[in-house]
Design a protein around this ligand. Sequence first.
Ligand code: NAD
Ligand code: DAU
Length: 348
Amino acid sequence: MKKILITGGAGFIGSHVVRRFVSQYPDTAIVNLDALTYAGNLNNITDIEDASNYTFVKGDITNSDFIHKLFQEHRFDGVIHLAAESHVDRSITDPVSFVMTNVVGTVNLLNAFKELWKGDFTNKRFYHVSTDEVYGSLGETGLFTESTSYDPNSPYSASKASSDHFVRAYGETYGMPYVISNCSNNYGPHHFPEKLIPLFINNIIHHKPLPVYGDGNYTRDWLYVIDHAIAIDLAFHQGENTATYNIGGFNEWKNIDLVKLLCQIMDEKLGRDTGASEQLITYVTDRPGHDLRYAIDASKINSELGWKPTVTFEQGLEKTIDWYLHNEEWLAQVTSGAYQDYYNQQYK
Ligand code: NAD
Ligand code: DAU
């Protein structure tokens, strides 16, 4: 039986990737490795936890001995690497933990894969999930392509850029087969409410202020998370060796316009007066080094692998809001305890 390691599978995107692989590939054994940090939550994948081709392992990718033993024990044919510290604001207050997990953790995985197969990488693949933030910031026009130069601006994006370089270097130096994908902003169910969309949904539900950084004129390109999982599946199985694929939603929104749309949809769903939630919008101190605009040219993965988003933004946002409204218990659980300390510190 073929065996694939998915790292970070208890997190937001990872849980959707694990679900997809466990259900689409019953003849492939899927091992989900996750340290269960504040962002990892096994409640994200309760629906597949009893599947016969699924195993969960709790462990930290920064622990090289542990990683080495895990690879020797399971002899993974493939790795899909998502485990990371993923929040830009946290990287500004604690950059070192981003270096440890995103850089050192990635190199530990690469090393363990290299040591396991000792140069014979037939039918093997290391798939690295990365971000469009490695390209830095766009002005008012233009799109990131696969050949855009790396120009990261935050400790988070610098750590992801570094990990991308290590993956590429292992390909060049040791002949390790790899694929990298760089994706734009995801949204959808199970998104931890430190990020814009789920944080604002939670705050609207609870009539709390909506903290818009700066003037709100920052632009992001939003993609429904399941469409990202589909793209990873396609590129993992059919992508060209050593290729990079940019993945995006063809869906740019200024933050302030997106926030107003969220307010409008939620007022309707919650039976509130039109304009009620917009009154919660509060302009707060800007994020240091805030990138103005991200936008992806996803034409390569479209033309080579036939991928395009299956869900429109209207459909995706509706599904997302409905999911949060029907899963208030999940929201209450992840916003208790340490979340409150984080929130008070970040938005004091
Ligand atoms: P997330 O923060 O929701 O989940 C990260 C997961 O990694 C968590 O389950 C956490 O427990 C686990 N983890 C963290 N440190 C670990 C460690 N040292 N060892 C083992 N597990 C550890 O992140 P996400 O938003 O799902 O992002 C997943 C990946 O996709 C990341 O690599 C991120 O850079 C990338 N990405 C995210 C987006 C986005 O919009 N969220 C877009 C493009 C790329
Ligand atoms: O582009 C891909 C990246 O998207 C991923 O690599 C990251 O892991 C992911 O976190 C996301 O990064 P962003 O910084 O773009 O996402 P975030 O949700 O934190 O912020 C989106 C925009 O909203 C950004 O311009 C900052 C702004 N914002 C965010 C928060 C949390 C606010 O105005 N107020 C807020 O409270």
